[in-house]
Design a protein around this ligand. Structure first.
Ligand code: AMP
Length: 425
């Protein structure tokens, strides 16, 4: 099978490693890819937000499957354009990708499907926002209604800051705060059949102890030793299948990767958000543990044959990834610094580029991550930190507590009748 992978971040590097390791994938092309992906794929230049350009490349290269990594091409309709050329595509239609592209649309689907989630109001002016904030009380949760690359959400005790964020965004969703540790569950689906991957946890805040502003994600680990028994089955039953049924009922079936972001509250799992693609950096750890061939799985989802796919096989042990971020991230990151020590297995490129002389340079906020597996979570964490310690990037920073609370057995589930936050991590 010939595969075209669309995207250029850490998630796509992890996908590329998984696809390249699948014996049924005889040729892997990535567009535009990155210097890490170049190690396992042929790179092509393309404007990933241009549906006709991506579909044209797929036809030109005679590929059997297109895998779309990031959300922006999905929302722009790249999957529709590829399928219109008769090429199988892993990734939802533009209509279905609105589950991620619009927070208000996602809420509407969740309510229609009876999916447990935070109560919410869509607000477009200050009076409406103020009313919603006061109804729910602090901590306040204000979400930009549009795509914001994981950074459009403000969670704060400061009412003025919540109002200011709403004013900046224009149209926002204000919702009730969900207290409890977070879980990312990836579900591969052809619109009807659905296969869950291993639950993972990511770390959104920039600083140790979940301090500082939100980021695109500073690290992740899997599996989660602390989740309640039966969690995945419950989420498939209460969240995933009702959502897929509602999308089919609307005439816009969702096929691709449904990312279910959950808070495990005292009242049970509640959906924080849907995304229409693999999450970054959780993909790095989930795929590091997946033993079943990735290309075959994604091809089955893209061709409506997932029900006939054999059950997934997973490696024993655990995986941890630690993100190395550029100076000033999550503000405007400093770029163009020379990176050394990155040429090792397990180093996943997220924001890098090659200079004309071959040097590896930083080119984004999240520059790379160290991903490692081990017989248990502590061993995987130590190996991931050893990878990061071997990389030199001036001014860079990373969290030093990824997976620590889970290793120490300190991730607490809120108990019924109590309503206090245990936070993330
Ligand atoms: P989102 O982009 O919706 O995933 O939000 C980013 C992050 O904000 C989540 O991973 C949570 O840490 C936090 N968050 C979003 N919504 C809520 C909520 N209703 N209650 C508590 N935290 C939330």
């Amino acid at each position: 099978m010939r595969v075209l992978l669309v995207g250029s971040g850490g998630r796509e590097h992890a996908l590329a490693l998984g696809l390249a390791a699948d014996p049924s994938v005889e040729r892997l092309i990535a567009a535009p890819g990155n210097p890490g992906i170049a190690g396992v794929a042929e790179l092509r230049q393309v404007d990933t937000a241009d549906p006709a350009a991506v579909a044209g490349l797929a036809v030109e290269e005679g590929v059997d499957l297109v895998v779309i990594g990031p959300e922006a091409p999905l929302v722009a309709g790249v999957a529709d354009a590829v399928r219109a050329k008769g090429v199988a595509c892993f990734g939802p239609s533009a209509e279905a990708a609105r589950l991620e592209g619009s927070k208000a649309f996602a809420k509407d689907v969740m309510i229609a499907a009876g999916v447990p989630t935070a109560r919410a109001y869509t607000c477009t002016d200050e009076a409406g926002t103020a009313h919603a904030l006061d109804e729910f009380g602090a901590p306040y949760v204000v979400k930009n209604d549009g795509l914001a690359a994981g950074k459009g959400v403000v969670v704060t005790d400061d009412r003025a800051a919540a109002l200011a964020h709403a004013a900046e965004c224009g149209r926002v969703v204000v919702e009730e705060y969900l207290a409890g540790p977070e879980v990312s569950l990836f579900v591969v689906t052809d619109g009807e059949a659905a296969v869950p991957l291993l639950p993972a946890q990511d770390f959104k805040r920039v600083g140790d102890g979940d301090t500082g502003p939100n980021t695109g994600g500073m690290g992740a680990y899997a599996p989660l030793p602390w989740t309640p028994p039966g969690l995945v089955e419950q989420v498939m039953r209460e969240v995933v299948h009702p959502t897929l049924a509602e999308m089919r009922r609307r005439g816009t079936p969702f096929a691709g990767l449904l990312y279910v972001g959950l808070a495990i509250t005292a009242a049970g799992p509640r959906v924080i958000e849907f995304n229409a693609r693999f999450g970054d950096p959780e993909t790095q750890v989930v795929l590091a543990l997946l033993e079943s061939p990735l290309g075959g799985l994604l091809h089955a989802a893209a061709t409506g044959t997932l029900a006939a796919h054999p059950p997934l096989r997973w490696r024993d042990g655990a995986a941890v990834t630690v993100v190395l971020a550029a100076a000033n991230y999550p503000g405007t990151p400093r770029t163009g610094d020379v990176i050394t020590g990155a040429e090792r297995p397990g180093v996943i490129h997220a924001g890098t580029r090659r200079a004309a002389d071959g040097a590896l340079l930083s080119a984004g906020g999240r520059v790379l991550c160290g991903t490692a597996t081990g017989p248990d979570l502590a061993a995987a964490r130590d190996a991931a930190y050893a990878l990061i310690a071997g990389v030199q990037l001036p001014g860079s920073h990373h969290r030093s507590d990824i997976a620590d609370a889970a290793v120490r057995g300190e991730v607490r589930l809120p108990s019924r009748g109590r309503d206090e936050a245990t936070g993330n991590g």
